[in-house]
Design a protein around this ligand. Structure first.
Ligand code: ADP
Ligand code: MG
Length: 688
């Protein structure tokens, strides 16, 4: 069945559908109602007029008339029952609606009534023609209300038209089931054909919700099947570089490292070690709160690779962070006499060529860099392990890009975004997870306070005193992409003001629009302690580590999300000193703003903060759609439907475990749907 088989489908309407992303009748079926109007509740017109909500009335058409000019042109229809009358008004699509009314006929109207002087109006009601008032009982109880858009309105694609098309499709099309029978019965899902009927013509709200579950599950299952296939591919391909810790690893942990590992770090390292010795490719995510000490774990893992004659790479999401890791590695690796290089996008050609030669020749043991590491031109000699830091900034694709380098290198990814474990296991289901619990000992919990503009002089006095005592401070300004220019002005002005206020201090400004050499130089001066106050945008949010910095003032604090505030605050409290975070909102706080700042004051626990953040915001905001590395789900929501996500993950993995190629007859239909799904997204999943 094709779209053009539908009645009332003009070229204009076909184009409007296509502009809205609907190219097939299946696409139209997937246009689910955004709500349903309950019409079981019919009121007499006089009573309905007193009612402020959505009501149903039944009356006879007394008159219909198009009045007004140009923009104001509208259709007015007077409808009357034995108790009174009201006016149905249509501003848009009146050419269509005028055909729906005939004087003397009975109609049922669904909508809400507004009073204008002596008139009672119902604007754009749902209209059903009925032969008599009794007839309404024959109608379904719930009227689906479909989403609309400007293309629809321009082409007069009204709700009744959409409804009639969908009814037509449902009556003619045979919809195939593709979920395995066992899944259907376990979850008590309706069959696909039936589910479509229920969604578009439910007997009750509850039925509609249950049917919707099925469609959410479908989306999740296809995603999880993809993840399972990806992992299976990785494991199959992996010849299994067996690596054992050797001299370098031992020397690093026993001689070079100035502190002992925390229990959490030990657990993570022993998980990594058993992966590397297993003969299979490692695919592991290390989750740990900000400051938990993930870098050291990464270095330990990389040294195991080098111990076994392989190269290792560490990828960071920003140049500043790559530069920082490079510094850290320098400190630990130099005593071990190893070769390591920094590779970023901003480097000069000659230098770059030199680095690439070094990597290809195998001279260089460890490469630290930005995403530039995984460009085509970069060829490794023997890449044995790739580490991705701050994984939440990357997607599944980047995880797979890594694996195209070298002979199936082991993969280690690290993330500070503490999301609930079950959720992490579902969205990173191609990975095994280790959690670093707790922070290194000797850390004093950061004290956080909220201060307003009227406290500014006190805050500055405190800052002055602390800096005089040898502390370093961050002053952070928000930077939101859409208003980058304006925000930059904020940070720049804040910087100028601070310089005036504290002429005796060395103060620097850092933001994302600077050239990378400039950023590096500024950061280096701060790391070395030459700069006392660093005024910055959120470019310092990820990963930067300056243990001597113990003060952070966050301006316009209300403009940050909770997890972002926590991530920023994680830049301090990294040494043995008492650290202070001062949140300075500059407007009256909204309710959610108050909750966010209060949570920051109340706790330093990233997992707890993440839970609250999850409740306050949708998952899109929570993970950042672009950052989450997830495909877009049309109906499902990874947070609201996380239970369903978990179930679909378990089902997907069971299916793939028993029938890796989906060859069994019972998976025939599933395969027919899954294959094109996976193929279409091969770019996204990085398996193209
Ligand atoms: P994150 O997990 O946020 O990436 P880092 O790896 O940057 O944290 O570590 C934070 C700080 O803690 C660094 O200065 C690091 O040297 C220090 N650190 C890491 N592990 C320990 C430890 N076991 N004992 C003391 N300090 C540690
Ligand atoms: Mg880090």
């Amino acid at each position: 069945m094709k779209l053009t088989d539908l009645s009332n489908l003009s070229t204009k309407r076909l184009q409007a559908l296509q502009k809205s992303g609907i190219y097939t009748v299946d696409g139209l079926l997937l246009l689910f109602p955004r709500r349903y109007i309950d019409k079981s509740n019919v009121l007499p017109i006089s009573m309905a007029r007193e009612n402020s909500g959505t009501v149903t009335v039944i009356g006879k058409v007394v008159s219909k008339q198009v009045i007004g000019f140009k923009q104001k042109k509208r259709l007015e229809v007077i409808v009357r029952d034995s108790s009174g009358s009201l006016k149905a008004v249509f501003f848009k699509g009146w050419r269509y609606f005028i055909t729906q009314f005939s004087e003397g006929n009975w109609v049922a109207l669904y909508g809400s009534i507004k009073r204008y002087g002596n008139y009672f109006n119902m604007a754009h009601p749902e209209v059903d023609n009925i032969s008599s008032p009794e007839d309404v009982k024959k109608f379904e109880d719930l009227i689906p209300i479909y989403p609309s858009n400007q293309h629809f309105s321009k082409a007069y694609i009204s709700n009744p038209i959409l409804k009639s098309w969908i009814v037509q499709i449902l009556s003619q099309k045979n919809i195939k089931e593709f979920l395995p029978q066992s899944v259907l019965s376990r979850h008590k899902f309706p069959e696909r054909q039936k589910a479509f009927h229920i969604i578009h013509q439910p007997a009750s709200q509850k039925d509609a919700e249950l049917a919707l579950e099925r469609f959410k599950y479908e989306e999740f299952l296809l995603f999880e099947l993809s993840m399972a296939s990806i992992k299976k591919l990785r494991i199959e391909k992996s010849s299994g570089n067996v690596m054992k810790p050797g001299k370098l690893t031992t020397a690093f942990f026993n001689k070079v490292l100035p502190f002992t590992l925390t229990d959490g770090q030990k657990v993570a390292l022993s998980d990594i070690r058993s992966d590397l010795e297993s003969g299979y490719q490692m695919n592991r995510l290390i989750q740990g709160d900000v400051g938990a000490g993930k870098t050291v774990v990464a270095i330990g893992a990389m040294l195991m690779a080098v111990d076994n004659g392989m190269q290792a790479a560490l990828m960071a999401p920003t140049e500043i962070l790559a530069e920082q890791h490079h510094q850290t590695i320098k400190q630990y690796i130099e005593p071990l006499s190893l070769n390591f290089r920094l590779l970023t996008g901003g480097q000069k050609t000659a230098l770059r060529r030199d680095i690439l030669t070094d990597i290809e020749g195998g001279n260089c043991n460890i490469v630290v860099g930005t995403h530039a590491i995984f460009q085509e031109k970069v060829r490794f000699n023997r890449l044995g392990l790739a580490v991705i830091d701050e994984q939440h900034r990357f997607g599944v694709k980047q995880r797979n890009d890594v694996l195209t380098k070298g002979d199936n290198p082991h993969l280690l990814v690290m993330s500070a975004t503490p999301i609930p474990r079950s959720l992490a296991m579902s969205i990173y289901s191609d990975l095994d997870i280790s959690i670093i619990k707790g922070l290194p000992s000797g850390r004093k919990p950061i004290r956080t306070a909220v201060r307003t503009e009227k406290d500014r002089q006190n805050v500055y006095a405190f800052l002055e005193q602390s800096v005089k005592n040898g502390d370093q401070a961050y002053v952070v300004f928000p930077l939101i992409e859409e208003s980058e220019v304006m925000d930059l002005k904020d940070a720049t002005m804040g910087f100028e003001k601070l310089k005036q206020r504290f002429p005796e201090f060395s103060i620097a400004l850092l933001h994302g629009r600077m050239k990378s050499e400039e950023k590096d130089a500024i950061m280096k001066r701060f790391v070395d302690g030459d700069t006392q106050i660093l005024v910055s945008t959120t470019v310092i949010e990820v990963g930067v580590d300056v243990p001597n910095a113990s003060i952070m003032i966050i301006e316009h604090a209300e403009r940050f999300g909770l997890s972002q505030l926590h991530q920023l605050r994680g830049r301090i409290g990294r040494g043995g000193k008492q650290s202070y975070c001062i949140l300075m909102p500059d407007v009256k706080l909204t309710k959610s703003g108050r909750i966010r700042l209060k949570k920051m004051v109340d706790t330093n626990d990233g997992f707890e903060i993440a839970e609250t953040d999850l409740k306050l915001r949708g998952p899109g905001d929570f993970l950042g759609t672009k950052q989450s590395g997830l495909p877009e789900f049309r109906f499902a929501d990874i947070v609201e439907d996380r239970l369903l996500l978990e179930q679909s993950k378990n089902d997907a993995w069971n299916i793939i475990k028993k029938d890796p190629e989906l060859e069994l007859p019972k998976h025939k239909e599933l395969k027919e749907v899954f294959e094109p799904y996976f193929k279409e997204r091969s770019e996204f999943f990085g398996v193209g």
